[in-house]
Design a protein around this ligand. Structure first.
Ligand SMILES: [Zn+2]
Length: 280
């Protein structure tokens, strides 16, 4: 099986069907589906799911991973009513991921601080930490029933929230079974918070099951989502770090922007050339 995958995040200018056409046209055989508009804004079920899956296969594609909704949707939202809604929503995407034969579903551990009132309040930070554990306690059995693994992502927020670093995330996932819970490293998120992506990969270690490979500027990184090698990250070091942990999962490219005005189609092809040059 090819190890490379391209996220539909590269094609947010069009709907999911047109995105899948473009991913396949750029030479990929696997994709990560973004679980929000304009892509999979509602998880499909029943006959809609079957016909969607058939259309994916007709393009020579498979869905390797599903990215659950983000932004306001996170395990650690600090209000219980809100958290129950998120757990329901994440459960439906875990079922959807299983339905499209994805190996993993990506979840954000904590919300974007822009959605939280008083994000610097220590009591809010404590509530977020507790909420992450409570949500995982509820979702791990769902993932177990569906045969899908949840992957927690390191996020680019500059705030006092817990679970932004791989060291903290690793100690969290150690409390849960590896078949249901792992980690996904986003290389650009790491450096946006001035953490070395290679160190983050080493910290995730044998619980690392997913990647979001994207480049950012070395100076003043802003979660840029450039194609790998177009920013300032040390890609030889990142590749060595993945080799050193015997990384078994997909090399998923989450490229969304070009620094030279490239079209989404060009970005997908440029990224494919980089992956090929790496021997993937
Ligand atoms: Zn990401």
């Amino acid at each position: 099986m090819s190890r490379i995958s391209y996220s539909t995040a590269g094609f947010v200018d069009r709907d999911v069907e047109a995105s899948l056409d473009a991913v396949a046209a750029a030479g990929y055989r696997q994709t990560e589906l973004v679980g929000q508009a304009p892509h999979v804004a509602e998880p499909l079920t029943g006959p809609d799911l079957s016909s969607f899956l058939a259309r994916v296969g007709q393009r020579g594609l498979s869905v390797r991973t599903v990215h659950a909704p983000l932004g306001r949707n996170a395990l650690g939202v600090p209000e219980e009513t809100w958290r129950h809604e998120v757990v329901e929503r994440f459960s439906s995407y875990i079922r959807f991921a299983s339905g499209v034969d994805a190996s993993d579903v990506i979840l954000h551990p904590v919300p974007n601080p822009m959605f939280v009132t008083e994000p610097d309040d220590p009591a809010v930070v404590d509530r977020i930490r507790d909420a992450v554990s409570r949500s995982l306690d509820e979702l791990v059995p769902v993932a177990g029933r569906e045969g899908t693994r949840m992957l927690l992502e390191n996020l680019p927020y500059r705030c006092k929230f817990p679970y932004l670093s791989m060291v903290e995330l690793r100690s969290l996932v150690d409390e849960y079974p590896a078949a249901q819970l792992g980690l996904v490293v986003d290389t650009g998120h790491a450096w946006t918070t001035k953490r070395d992506p290679a160190d983050e990969i080493a910290a995730a270690g044998n619980r690392l099951q997913g990647t979001h490979l994207q480049d950012v500027d070395h100076e003043d990184p802003q979660d840029n989502h450039w194609p790998p090698t177009h920013g300032g990250l040390d890609w030889p070091a990142i590749r060595s770090a993945l080799a050193a942990v015997d990384y078994p999962g997909p090399w998923t490219f989450e490229v969304a922007r070009g620094r030279h005005g490239e079209t989404p189609e060009q970005l997908a092809r440029i990224t494919h050339q980089v992956a090929t040059s790496w021997g993937l």
